[in-house]
Design a protein. Sequence first.
Length: 226
Amino acid sequence: MDCIILGIETGGDNCSVVLSKGDEIIALKENAGREHSKYLSVFIDDIINDTGLSYEDIDAVAVSKGPGSYTGLRIGVATAKGICYGTGKPLIAINSLLSLTSVCHNVLAPESQLLYCPLIDARRLEVYTAMFDASLRQLSDTEAMIISENSFAEILSVQKICFFGSGANKCKMIITNPNAIFVDIENSASGLVRPAVEAFNNRQFEDVVYFEPFYLKDFVVTVRKK
């Protein structure tokens, strides 16, 4: 029987919630603007009620674990853990870069010879990134990288790379190799579906008590621009 999974994505600008049955999305609700604390619980209640299901019908909760927005990740993980505590359902944590790459695959027809490089915006010219192949297999470690004109130059000399995510725009003017392809794709809970189903089938669950977001870097307080 296909598992029913509630997916929560709050690591970027979009506050996004998905309800899936197996690989099929049965409800998706999202909003841009980083007002995750305002919308997340409302969105979750909405998609549960709209589908006629209850929280007890959910088999697991999947959450984007990071890297990404410090505040957004904390909100998403805290909410996911709260639902798991209340329902006794297992928690699944998905690397935000894998989730973003899965979104790219949902939008584009994957090419076997093309590499996929999600870029999540960090400070200044820094991004969170990793490399994936067309089967969503991670080829490099998740890292914080300062982008320069030489970034990915060795791979780009012989192979095309698709770049996407919140950090792609600031990299487009720096990485000008003709083998660099830039696509306008942002984070969405829809990208959690495929990895979450695989994790559920493999019983790859987190300890709800001790699990924490994967920040990758320490939180730094910044002053909001007026």
